[in-house]
Design a protein around this ligand. Structure first.
Ligand code: R5P
Length: 292
């Protein structure tokens, strides 16, 4: 088994190689002066199983192309099977034509991957209108969840927790995490006016005064969804506010803006590698790769 990455998940790929006792072999990936991709494998792949570990952030479009080029090349070089571990899978939020003429990006992304990899494993993909990855993937597609990793963190580090899902979609994560922690949970009703403007209100209020609030969502991008929830928690008398996203994208100064609006701590998993990625998903992936 050979493990590689197209650059976004280097630490995770190396950790998986160690835990699976597999060989980590970096790709040579650069671009020609005109921007065309240059890609080269530096190991023999004939008859081997190749695992490409690549989060689709940053640069979702480039990541998708890099993965397709790498997978196609691996097959030309005789790889027996190409498995994509995409800890964060981008494009999933555009899952319908919201306005006439729009691209349903998730379908295009899936079509490209269906044609080039043999299997995909991902963590907490944004399944909202799709109920299953099977609706867009024809290859075997495994959805894993970081809920247990988040629950373990809350159990060990948060003294008096209540969990808030900042919108209805996030309740699927918030509810499971709260159950594992054994603490109260509620979710907010969010209205999104644009990709940057959201408002929310608490539908089923729970006691928050003096509590350590943990806001759980799958993706934190601009942080605006978290900010709305944090404002409600602060107003209701929360003692501290921790924001946990499975996937910490953090664009447009999301972290300082969340902190300015009352968030005490911001954390995410290492599906996207950054300073705040304190929650490790490598054991979950190892377990899945060992299973089949
Ligand atoms: C969308 O429904 C997702 O679950 C997140 O709530 C959303 O992507 C967060 O985006 P932002 O941080 O920009 O508000």
């Amino acid at each position: 088994m050979i493990i590689t990455t197209c650059g976004n998940s280097t630490k995770l790929a190396k950790a998986l190689a160690v835990k699976l006792q597999a060989r980590y072999s970096p790709l040579t990936l650069s671009s020609f002066p005109d921007g065309d991709i240059y890609l080269k494998f530096n190991t023999r792949l004939k008859g081997k199983k190749l695992i490409i570990v690549q989060s689709f952030h940053p640069h979702s479009d480039q990541s998708l192309f890099d993965v397709v080029f790498a997978a196609e090349t691996a097959k030309q070089l005789g790889a027996k099977k190409v498995i994509l571990v995409a800890p964060y899978l981008a494009y999933m939020r555009q899952d319908k034509m919201f306005n006439q003429g729009e691209c349903i990006s998730s379908r295009v992304m899936a079509k490209l991957l269906n044609n080039s990899v043999d299997r995909i494993i991902t963590i907490d993909p944004h399944l909202h209108r799709y109920k299953s990855l099977k609706e867009i993937f024809t290859i075997p597609a495994t959805k894993m969840t970081a809920n247990s990793v988040i629950a373990d963190y809350v159990k060990s580090k948060v003294r008096n927790p209540v969990i808030i899902g900042p919108d209805w979609e996030s309740f699927q994560w918030a509810e499971v995490v709260a159950k594992q922690v054994g603490c109260p949970v509620t979710c907010l009703e969010k209205t999104r006016f644009s990709s940057r403007k959201v408002t929310s209100k608490m539908k089923n209020p729970i006691p928050i005064k003096g509590k350590d609030v943990v806001i759980v969502d799958d993706i934190i991008s601009t942080g605006n969804t978290i900010i709305q929830a944090a404002k409600k928690a602060k107003k209701a008398g929360a003692k501290s506010i921790t924001a946990i996203g499975v996937h910490g994208i953090f664009v447009e100064n999301a972290i300082p803006r969340m902190k300015k609006n009352g968030v005490t701590r911001v954390l995410c998993t290492n599906t996207i590698e950054r300073k705040e990625s304190k929650l490790d998903v490598s054991d979950l992936i190892v377990k899945e790769l060992k299973r089949r």
